[in-house]
Write a protein that binds this ligand. Structure first.
Ligand code: ZN
Length: 339
């Protein structure tokens, strides 16, 4: 009699553990009046944000403490792999040090952002200029995604931008690549620029410059907001509207010609224009595009400026994207490439 055949033990495989969610990144935009901090998924989705006032008058240590406090308020910040920070001024991207800054953040020059915030938060920290951060956001997730070469310009209270070549954002030999606001343009002749010189693009095409020109020509001393100039351009059929349309066209035309000159010299695949002034619509875009197209050489004749895609969130999302730049300064490798 043979023993009843025992059923073979059936091996039931354990369910494969779900792949862990990719760890998020942190991005911070530090301006003269506010600090915006966010948790950003590696695909660019903004998961949470915190906005706090910048204690600029209290000096750099207070600002660094406020940045760290804002980050600690973010839900899920403990899971992040690193922190990227964008701020005004010229920033040494390799060392994360502010080389020079403007009066909005007194004493900011010399601040060792990566070291000071790394000590406070225990994370790798990468830092760069806010215009480079805007360009990196649009290059990584926005209007220039997938382009090997592109030119990004942000037109707001100042004019800045970034130049991408070979798929990488170029920093230049002295960390000032992409400072398009300081191109000399004939329309700005004699007009003072924020840099202390005269005749630069920013002195004719940035928001405060357009508003100042309107005050000068229309005699309306209380107009300091570009939106009022745009409203006059769109709604006023009289002389004030005519003046508003003329000053917007002057600034946008100067920008268009300057950008076309850059396109003729570096021949990028795409040109992306963002920032507060760029979002005012036709009174700015129509003269910009017309002036731009008229200057192009035959090769890039089909290139036209396109609007930035990410809006105000580019500042935080782009700061986080600093951590995804491979081989750039102290930034860690792309999180998805880690073992
Ligand atoms: Zn200048």
């Amino acid at each position: 009699m043979t023993a009843a055949r025992q059923p073979r033990p059936v091996h039931i495989p354990e369910p494969a553990p779900a792949a862990p969610a990719p760890r998020p990144l942190l991005g911070v935009d530090v301006g003269g009046t506010k600090i915006a901090a966010g948790v950003v998924a590696p695909d660019g989705t903004l998961l949470a944000t915190v906005v706090r006032p910048t204690p600029a008058a209290e000096g750099p240590t207070a600002v660094l403490d406020a940045i760290a406090a804002a980050v600690r308020e973010l839900p899920g910040h403990e899971d992040a792999t690193g922190l990227g920070i964008g701020t005004g001024g010229v920033i040494d991207r390799d060392r994360g040090v502010v080389l020079s800054a403007n009066a909005l953040l007194p004493g900011w020059a010399g601040t060792r952002l990566s070291e000071e915030l790394g000590d406070r938060l225990g994370l790798p920290v990468a830092a760069d200029n806010d215009a480079n951060v805007f360009a990196l956001a649009e290059q990584t997730y926005g209007a220039g995604a997938g382009c090997a070469s592109a030119l990004y310009v942000s037109v707001g209270t100042g004019i800045g931008g970034g130049l991408v070549g070979g798929g990488r954002l170029l920093r230049g030999a002295h960390w000032t690549a992409g400072e398009f606001g300081h191109l000399a343009v004939p329309e700005a002749a004699e007009r003072p620029c924020n840099c202390g010189r005269t005749g630069h693009l920013e002195a004719v095409a940035a928001g405060p410059a357009v508003a100042a020109r309107y005050r000068e020509l229309a005699g309306e001393a209380d107009v300091h907001d570009l939106r009022k100039v745009v409203a006059a351009a769109e709604q006023d059929a009289g002389p004030a509207g005519e003046t508003a349309r003329a000053v917007l066209a002057e600034g946008a035309g100067a920008l268009g010609r300057a950008l076309a000159g850059l396109v003729n010299t570096v021949d990028p695949e795409r040109v992306v224009v963002g920032g507060g002034v760029a979002s005012v619509g036709a009174p700015f875009w129509a003269p910009l595009t017309e002036a731009f197209a008229a200057e192009l050489l035959p090769g890039p004749a089909g290139v036209r400026p396109v609007p930035a895609a990410l809006g105000p969130r580019a500042a935080v999302v782009g700061a986080a994207a600093l951590l995804l730049e491979e081989g750039a300064g102290d930034a860690p490798v792309r999180p998805s490439a880690r073992p």
